[in-house]
Structures are given as C-alpha cells and as structure tokens.
Design a protein around this ligand. Structure first.
Ligand code: UGA
Length: 436
C-alpha cells in the first residue's frame, strides 16, 4: 500500500520505517529541509537502537523515501499518517499545542485525490480527529476521505520491537472502508496474533492518554512507597517484586527512581488534566502523580545533599547517566535537568558521563558541567558518585577501581542498580531509592 507519513520526528520516522519493513511503500514528508537532506544521506537525527540499519535497508529496497514535497506524495497515497509534534503549549498552561496537526490537515486537504484515510498518529486531545476532518472539508469540500485515530505506544529505546511486536493495536474509526484500509496496513501483525481493538475515534484518542497517565501513576506510587520504605527500614525492590507477582498489579513500571521524564508522561499527564477540566471533571489521581513526580526530583537533590553531609558546596559529584532513560539520547524532561542545576546552584562541581546523551545534554544543562569520556573519569576525585540513568554499561562497573579513584566513597544509586549489602562490604557509603 502507498502511504504518506507526515512528520519525521521520533514517531513518524519509526512508524514509517517499520511500515516499510512490513512491505508498504512509504514516503516520509517533513518541512525541515536539513532533516530530509540528512535522512536522504542515511543520517538519522535521533539515537534509537536498530533504526539506522532499518532505514537504510528499506531505502535501498525502494520502499522508503524522504521528501519535503507534500504535493508530490499525497495524491497517490491510500493512507496518510499525521505524526507531527504535539508539544505542551508555549503558554505554559499544559494544553497540547495542535498548531502542527491543523497545519498538516490544511495542507493535505488541497492535494487529496481519490479515497484516502487520514490517520492521527500523534498523541492528541479528544476531538482532534473530528477537527482535522472539519479542516479538510473546509479546505476541500469534494474530498473523498475518512479520518481515524491510531495512537502509538512505542517506548524510546525499544521502539522497533514495540512496533513489530505490540501488545495491541488501537484504531478509532467510523467507516468500515477506513477500518479495512487500516487493518490491511497492520496485516503482518495478524500473523503474530496481535490483538486489534477497533473502537470509536474518541475512545482511541483518550486511550492513549489513559495508558500514559496510568503508567505515570504507577511510577509515582512506587516512588512514594520507596520513600516510606526508607523511613521504616523496608526494601522496595523485594516489595515491588512481591506486589508485582499479583497478576492484577503486574511487575512492570514498579521501579522506583528519580522521577519519570521524557517527552511523553510529563506532557501527556498535563494535557489530559486540561482535557478533563474542560469537561468539568477532574483526575485527582493524575494530579497527584504529577505532584509526586516533581517532589521526587527535589527529594533526590536532598538525598544527595544529605549524603554529602548537608552541603554540596565545593564538592565534586561524578554523574553517571544524563538522559531520561537508557538507550536514547533524549534529554527532554530528564530528571538530570532538574537535579543537576539545583546542585550546581549550591556550589557543587559536576563531572558527567552519558554513553549517547552528552551532546544533547549541553543544550539542556548549565554550561559549567564538565563532560568526560568514560564512567571512571567521572568518578576521579569525586566526593560522591550519582548513578542517574541505568545504562547497561553502568551495571557492571569495576567498583574497586571506582572506590580507589574517588576522594570519598559515597555512592548514590538513584536507579537501584547495585546491591546495598555488597556495596557496604566493598566499603562504600551507599544509598539507593527505597533500600538502605
Ligand atoms: C512512554 C510509554 O511507555 C509508551 O508506551 C508511549 O508510547 C510513549 O511514552 C509515548 O507516549 O510516546 P517513553 O517515554 O519512551 O514511553 O519511556 P518509558 O519507558 O515509558 O519511561 C518513561 C519514564 O519513566 C522514564 O524516565 C523512566 O526512567 C521512568 N520509569 C519507567 C521509572 O522511573 N520506573 C519504571 O518502572 C518505569
């Protein structure tokens, strides 16, 4: 099937590439010329494991191409995905900014030719697909089209396997004709018995927000429980394992840490709260999760300060990991961007390392951070080491060597990678989150 993907950000690029891998003919369109030029040369603007190889393979096989020219790719497309960004509005009120979605709808409208399904892939407030439909009708009253919603559930760092082996595919669609087109797009997933939930457009739109909000609540819940564990001398890892074995609870997303970050949970929880408030309702559980998350980041600053004897002034802190999670170079809403400036402000010196995120980090963090080339350099002469992102390469550090390199052996493990008992035996003053 001929498909046009509008937007070559994270979602558009991964979705377009994976659909090409399914055998469809994909044209990815973006307004940013430098991005398209780079993609044409095989340069991928984001770090996502496996994506560069898959892009290059599908380009070479003639199933994937990149262009800035919407006019040339829309008329022949049977389906058009809108996968442009929906950031939090610059007004700072938490609303999702839909400018790019509506602009894309308006532009697509004029080039439609023959029956086309327009599919919202971006995370959008309830009612957006209908608004897209209105915009297209206003701009091209004779266009033959249907609008559908098909939210994505990809995790950064695992996006390709999430796309190829999803837990489910959700489609919000009203016409049987459009439903058939979308089912044909995802046909390769039937072979894997992937459940496909076909529902109303509004349900699909809200499902995406509900899924992310629920996961955010789960993380904030375990973070609060971890904080209680510290007070009563309990171990949150054993506790999480024990409650997670209850099938009704589930073991995933019960890892405590410095608070959730990334481009999705922070933005989508805020946008969801605005959606429900506009309908005269509230989501107190989500409000609480957002508050707990902000408090968790601040709590980590205090934890580090306490471990340093009450003041970070003049102390050197080695930081391992800057990105909001491993296997990505994404720094958006990373806990590092809250915690590290707070420490610097009070006079700490920071030596930081991240396997993929250091270039990106420079535009999110204050200039006075020293970036180093490996984990051991970050620990050299440090008064304390803070493990902030659980990259695999930090899971088996030579701890004896680290202890020798450090000025004082204080290890603050904000991802609970190491065993507290073992760390103490090695002579560290160690703390995790929710385990002493
Ligand atoms: C999230 C969802 O997991 C995806 O399903 C969704 O498609 C995506 O948002 C989106 O809306 O586009 P992502 O932001 O890539 O994916 O990352 P997650 O793996 O969900 O992690 C989010 C944050 O939660 C990270 O900061 C991570 O460190 C934190 N986290 C996650 C925890 O602190 N504890 C956990 O147990 C799990």
């Amino acid at each position: 099937m001929k498909i046009t993907m509008i937007g070559t950000g994270y979602v558009g690029l991964v979705t377009g590439t994976c659909l090409a891998e399914f055998g469809h003919k994909i044209t990815c369109v973006d307004k940013i010329e430098e991005k398209i030029d780079a993609l044409k040369q095989g340069k991928i603007p984001i770090y996502e494991p496996g994506l560069d190889a898959l892009v290059n393979k599908n380009v070479a096989d003639g199933r994937l191409r990149f262009t800035t020219n919407l006019e040339e790719s829309v008329p022949s497309a049977e389906a058009i995905f809108i996968a442009v960004g929906t950031p939090t509005s610059r007004r700072g009120d938490g609303y999702a900014d839909l400018t790019y979605i509506y602009a894309a709808a308006k532009e697509v409208a004029q080039y439609l030719d023959g029956y086309t399904v327009i599919i919202d892939k971006s995370t959008v407030p309830v009612g957006t697909a209908r608004q897209v439909s209105r915009i297209i009708k206003d701009n091209n009253p004779t266009a033959d089209f249907d609008v559908a919603s098909n939210p994505e559930f990809l995790r950064e760092g695992a996006a390709i396997s999430d796309f190829m082996r999803p837990d489910r595919v959700v489609i919000g669609v009203e016409s049987p004709k459009a439903e058939k087109v979308i089912k044909d797009i995802y046909k390769p997933l039937y072979l894997l018995d992937t459940p496909l939930i076909s529902t109303t457009i509004e349900t699909a739109e809200l499902t995406k927000y509900a899924a992310n909000a629920f996961l955010a609540i789960k993380i904030s819940f375990i973070n609060e429980i971890a904080n209680v564990c510290e007070k009563v001398n309990a171990d949150v890892s054993d506790l999480a394992k024990a409650i997670g074995m209850d099938g009704r609870i589930g073991s995933k997303f019960l890892h405590p840490g410095p608070g959730y970050g990334g481009s999705c949970f922070p933005k989508d929880t805020l946008a969801l709260m605005r959606i429900v408030q506009e309908h005269g309702e509230s989501l107190r559980t989500v409000e609480a999760a957002v508050e707990v998350n902000a408090a968790q980041k601040a709590r980590m600053v205090k934890k580090i300060r306490d471990m340093l004897g009450g003041s970070e002034a003049g102390k050197t802190i080695g930081v391992l990991g800057l990105t909001f999670k491993p296997e990505t170079d994404d720094m958006r809403e990373s806990p590092a961007a809250t915690i590290l400036p707070a420490l610097l402000e009070k006079g700490a010196k920071i030596r930081a390392h991240d396997p993929k995120g250091m270039e990106e980090a420079k535009s999110y963090l204050p200039a006075d951070i020293e970036y180093v080339q490996n984990s051991y350099e970050a620990c050299e002469g440090a008064d304390a080491v803070v493990l902030l992102t659980e990259w695999n390469q930090y899971r088996a550090l030579d701890l004896k060597r680290i202890k020798e390199l450090m000025k004082s052996p204080i290890f603050i493990d904000l991802r609970n990678v190491y065993d507290p008992k073992n760390m103490k035996q090695l002579g560290f003053r160690y703390t995790g989150v929710g385990r002493m």
